[in-house]
Ligand binder design. Sequence first.
Ligand code: NDP
Length: 287
Amino acid sequence: MEKNYRAELTAVFGDPVDGNPTGVMEEAAYEALGLNYRYLTLRVKKEDLEAAVKGAKAFGMKGYNLTMPHKTAVIPYLDCLTPAAEIIGAVNTVVCRNGKWTGENTDGKGFVLSLKRDGIKPEGKRITLLGAGGAARAIGVECALAGAEHITVLNRDVGRGEELAGLIGRKTGAEAEFCPWTEQARIPEGTDILIQATCVGLYPDSGRKPDIAYDTVTDRMVVCDVVFNPERPLFLQEAERRGARIVTGMGMLVHQGALNFELWTGKKAPLEIMYQALAREFGASQI
Ligand code: NDP
């Protein structure tokens, strides 16, 4: 049999990027399916993005992920966007098909899939979203496209929060409103799903939790966090203590990674192997 020593390349471009664990699960998945693919974690400075995009073309890469500060800046270099990436205005995954470079956003889709994996559907639900940054935008838009009835956006920065609520209201079928995030913010009564989509609580700041009135979190809520390190941030611990059902950020991370894998390889992602690879990495006993 003729040997092929050439690997198919995938990557993440970001800065900072050293702490990004995506490669661990993607490489585990490639190995499990016997694919000669590699996932490179590449530090690409803000001013070097165009060169990196040209490099990806020159190397014939299958695609790549983008993280800070490139998720919006990459758009002018792509041939087209998926409808969701267009609405969100940010791209976390690029895939090359027949020489065409398409920008997708799998963050919010990964979140919705992680909810569904736990038997929770956004359809008809009232959602409260903490934050209005990149992760919140992707989650808000995808939950709305998945049929959420109403989304309340709580954010400190009024401009960013109003923009997200306006975007959801205009571009999806969901109702959306903005509430300024003041100290000890109260979670609206009737909230079915509460989503913590800020970076508060992320390692090494694991001793912090969002400034909300925790007595307004009830046992009829599903409470989710995007932070995956630590796996159970103080926010989720507080919610669990109040009887809420919790969903960790690990599910979102694995599901968006699985979607990327499928876009790049055309094969079904080995979800369980990807979960286990990350669990080993973070030393989690159970995810
Ligand atoms: P951004 O920088 O785009 O947004 C940060 C958001 O956090 C803003 O809404 C900001 O509010 C808010 N925020 C920051 N500090 C505070 C605070 N002290 N109190 C209240 N709000 C605060 O970041 P991203 O959206 O890209 O990332 C957010 C988190 O999501 C990170 O922890 C990241 O690791 C995680 N993430 C997880 C993924 C997963 O797969 N699980 C995927 C992608 C991201 P303001 O606008 O007022 O400044």
